[in-house]
Design a binder for this molecule. Structure first.
Ligand code: FAD
Length: 378
């Protein structure tokens, strides 16, 4: 067992940190306020191959594994939850194509995605359900060499950007949930205005409307009726992104707590001298370190999945922990700041709003607990 990062991992981490601090941090508040990521940031991330970190070189990726992906995501989400969410949802969509796509599909969609020229999505949630595939109401009807898709998807990240979308619908002949690769902005595709969400702002979240969208039969992902296993593994891999988005915000809470404790003075002494503040700083450190090692471990496990059900349990456990702990950490950092923390002038205000996203996405925390309990009690 060796917990040290390799030379390559340290370099990757540094590259992401440098880019995040130099180019994203100075405009992080603007991204939050405008709910928009400037195109030059998308291009900059693409040039550094940060949209293709875990994917093999042969498909245009950086080949740095999911462990490398956790390191990058931590640094990006430390400065902007919205940018991290964009990368996470993209990697979730591309990851499903990489895991279940045919060679032709991988060659067609991964290279442009890995370079950030196209941004991927993964569309499961609907107005009627976010947790239960049996309740999906989007439908796919086979007509000759095409499937015709109709329905509405809710809260879909990155659906505004051109690129592939892995989408789930009930295939009507079999009655089974099936996955397809839909090219966004194809005829019959439209989206809502972006949702004005509390955190991860800049990460675009819209509803998607499908009206008689024609998807060529070769864009079936996996087989008819294989939607559920694709969803399970796809989402389990996706939880690396949501967990590490939470991890970066936990690190930001820790750093902002320490910084403020040192800067703010009472009777000419920093508040860091108060034992009550020291206890909060210690709690922040504990929360960050525990979340960090769970996330890094999940990244390592994802590089070599032998048993998808076991991996789904590890992903649920990590996501439940990282997603809940980030909210606790952000509250503690806010407490260290007192009333100042409530003001937009202080970063901790945004960190808390970003943190609130953690427990709710890619299955709420209780859903993760049900997966963990299911594995323990079967
Ligand atoms: C920032 C953001 C980005 C997102 N991006 C995407 C995306 O790219 N693609 C996508 O498909 N979705 C996306 N979503 C949607 C998100 O993943 C879902 O909203 C989430 O999984 C929860 O689904 P829901 O809101 O429909 O909750 P529901 O499934 O309606 O659950 C509501 C509550 O009921 C409980 N509950 C539900 N079923 C059960 C049960 N069987 N037993 C016990 N309790 C139950 C849940 O625990 C929860 O507390 C995004 C959401 C956000 C906020």
């Amino acid at each position: 067992m060796d917990f040290t990062l390799s030379k390559e991992q340290l370099l990757l981490q540094k590259m992401a940190r440098d880019y995040a601090e130099k180019f994203i941090e100075p405009i992080a508040r603007q991204i939050d306020e405008e709910n928009k990521i400037p195109q030059e940031i998308i291009e900059g991330l693409g040039e550094l191959e940060l949209f293709g970190i875990p994917f093999p070189e042969e498909y245009g990726g950086a080949d740095a594994g999911y462990d490398g992906y956790t390191l990058v995501m931590e640094q990006i989400s430390k400065v902007s939850g919205g940018v991290a969410m964009t990368i996470a949802a993209h990697t979730l969509g591309l990851g499903a194509i990489r895991s279940f796509g045919t060679e032709e599909q991988k060659k067609k969609y991964l290279p442009a995605g890995c370079k950030g020229k196209e941004i991927a999505s993964f569309a499961f949630t609907e107005p009627g359900t976010g947790s239960d595939p049996k309740q999906l109401s989007s439908i796919a009807v086979k007509e000759g060499d095409y499937f015709i898709l109709n329905g509405t998807k809710r809260f879909i990240s990155n659906a505004n950007y051109p690129g592939p979308m892995v989408i789930f619908a009930k295939e009507m002949e079999s009655g089974e949930v099936t996955a397809f690769i839909l090219e966004k902005w194809t005829e019959g595709y439209s989206i809502s205005e972006p949702w004005e969400k509390v955190g991860h702002r800049g990460g675009i979240l819209v509803d998607v409307y499908m009206k008689d969208i024609k998807i060529p039969a070769e864009n079936l992902l996996g087989k008819v009726g294989q939607g559920f296993p694709i969803l399970l593994l796809g989402i389990a891999l996706g939880k690396i992104g949501t967990s590490t988005a939470a991890l970066g915000a936990t690190l930001a809470a820790y750093e902002e707590g320490v910084k403020y404790a040192r800067e703010k003075t009472h009777r000419d002494k920093p508040i860091a001298k108060f034992q009550a503040i020291q206890l909060k700083i210690a709690d922040l450190a504990i929360k960050y370190e525990t979340s960090r090692w769970l996330c890094y471990r999940l990244g390592c496990l994802a590089n070599n999945i032998k048993d998808p059900a076991q991996f789904a349990r590890e992903a649920a456990l990590t996501k439940a922990y990282a997603g809940d702990v980030v909210v606790e950490a952000a509250h503690i950092a806010m407490d260290v700041h007192g009333s100042y923390g409530l003001m937009k002038d202080y970063k901790v205000e945004r960190i808390l709003r970003d943190a609130l996203i953690g427990p709710q996405i890619e299955g709420v925390s209780d859903m993760q607990r049900m997966i963990i309990a299911g594995a323990a009690l079967r």
